[in-house]
Ligand binder design. Structure first.
Ligand code: NAP
Length: 413
């Protein structure tokens, strides 16, 4: 039998960025952080992964991790001599961190949902090379951030069959940094039918990194009230109904943030090809808003959006979307249930705009994002394959390259 190695996710502090302000040492409840005149260091034997030290750090030096063999973590004496952090070493014969290890990081619910949402692309892809550093898991189920509802607006028309809401959460003095494409977990109050707390529900952040309102410590979510299951049977969605019923001033327990892959590139000239259905538009809104606010026309790459909904009345953000200038974003809306009109889906419009889609696919600076209903993955894949075939590209090869280069990101449920 092959011997396996237990891997530890060791918490480290980057000596290059650390400004030696002592906030981490003050916030550590188990005295795992100490310092000398040169460096701040973390004792692997004491760290309990409570993350109390992460959000107070003003520079992000605290948020560094390396996978090491559990029996040989970096010692304190070693860390005290560092000028820079060591590179991540390749570790062979590894097994995931065992239950006895303190490195069990994300809640089970979050791991399960993340695995399901990315299964179509074969697991989590690397992030775009120029993406900003995401913070994850700053607030746990045991210690959630408490946000205050500062807005809850119905996005869908009054007579639309679905109730989709734009919900704004304010974090007050708590630090809850997010990037476009990340998700947050909502803890609905109460207990389930088995007397246990409800599972964490994940929602994509719909606002850009600097807040729903720039400079405010808030973020927004796009939430559809769930009243039936995939087969159409009546079901009351616990978290969605809780969120959709919230009033201004109500409090919400929020965990996370999560997500280290579905992130936008930051380098000039990068193109975003975004495909979504329904509330899968949330991360696309965040990315589009980020671009709109930070737009440097000479440096900006292209934005192309394919967005599917039943009707215009059911399409979240329909009004604001249609008002965006054509030269800023190339938008294609597919409506599937407009009376007396043929059903149209995002994949139909990808085919119709094949030449422009192929031109984007040829560009090494293009990043693809797919978010929404799981069912659309297959149709979109077939549409890309057809478009590539028509324009001298091999989708199978390109798809593998896109995944490997962190340029294809899928989040579907
Ligand atoms: P929906 O209203 O049921 O459907 C939106 C559109 O997608 C409709 O036009 C629908 O057509 C079409 N569609 C259905 N199957 C399709 C397929 N196989 N290929 C292409 N288009 C298809 O959508 P929704 O209820 O808002 O669902 C959005 C999904 O996004 C949910 O699964 C949600 O979990 C997920 N999501 C949400 C968030 C968030 O933050 N809220 C984030 C990520 C993902 P028909 O008229 O034929 O049904």
């Amino acid at each position: 039998m092959t011997a396996t190695t237990t891997i530890l996710r060791q918490h480290l502090i980057d000596p290059e960025i650390c400004i030696r302000c002592n906030t981490c040492e003050e916030s550590c409840p188990v005295n795992a952080i100490s310092h000398d005149s040169r460096n701040y260091v973390v004792d692997a034997a004491k760290c309990k992964y409570c993350y109390n030290c992460i959000s107070p750090c003003p520079t992000g030096a605290i948020d560094n991790w390396r996978h090491v063999k559990a029996e040989t973590p970096y010692a304190l004496a070693e860390q005290l001599l560092w000028d820079t952090l060591p590179e991540q070493l390749a570790i062979e014969e590894s097994q995931p961190t065992g239950a006895d290890s303190p490195a069990a990081a994300l809640p089970d619910d979050v791991e399960r949902i993340a695995a399901a949402s990315t299964s179509g692309q074969g697991g989590v892809a690397p992030p775009p090379w120029s993406a900003a550093h995401p913070y994850v898991n700053l607030y746990s189920i045991q210690k959630p951030a408490v946000a205050t509802v500062s807005g809850n607006f119905r996005l869908t028309a009054g007579d639309a069959s679905s109730d989709i809401r734009h919900i704004v959460l304010d974090f007050g003095n708590a630090s809850f940094p997010v990037l476009e494409g990340q998700t947050v977990g909502i803890l609905a109050p109460g207990l389930d039918a088995h007397g246990k707390p409800h599972h964490v529900r994940l929602y994509s952040v719909a606002s850009p990194r600097d807040g729903e309102r720039p400079g405010y410590n808030n973020l927004s979510l796009t939430v559809k009230r769930v009243t039936s299951d995939h087969e159409g049977a009546a079901v009351r969605g616990v978290a969605s109904n809780f969120l959709c019923d919230l009033k201004k001033g109500d409090k919400v327990d929020v965990v996370g943030p999560y997500g280290t892959s579905f992130l936008m590139p930051n380098h000039p000239g990068s193109n975003l090809l975004m495909i979504c259905t329904g509330t899968g538009s949330a991360p696309m809104r965040a990315m589009t808003e980020r671009r709109r606010r930070k737009s440097v026309p000479k440096e900006d790459g292209k934005l192309m959006l394919f967005f599917g909904a039943r009707t215009a009345a059911e399409l979240p953000y329909f009004g604001p979307l249609t008002r965006l200038p054509k030269e800023f974003i190339d938008i294609h809306l597919a409506f599937s249930r407009v009376p007396k009109q043929p059903r149209q889906y995002v994949q139909d419009l990808i085919r119709a705009r094949g030449a422009d889609v192929a031109a984007l696919l040829r560009d090494e600076n293009t990043y693809l994002y797919l978010c929404g209903l799981k069912g659309m993955e297959k149709g979109v894949d077939e549409a890309f394959s057809e478009v590539c075939g028509r324009h001298g590209l091999d989708w199978k090869t390109l798809h593998a390259q896109l995944l490997q280069q962190g340029r294809y990101h899928v989040e579907t449920y």
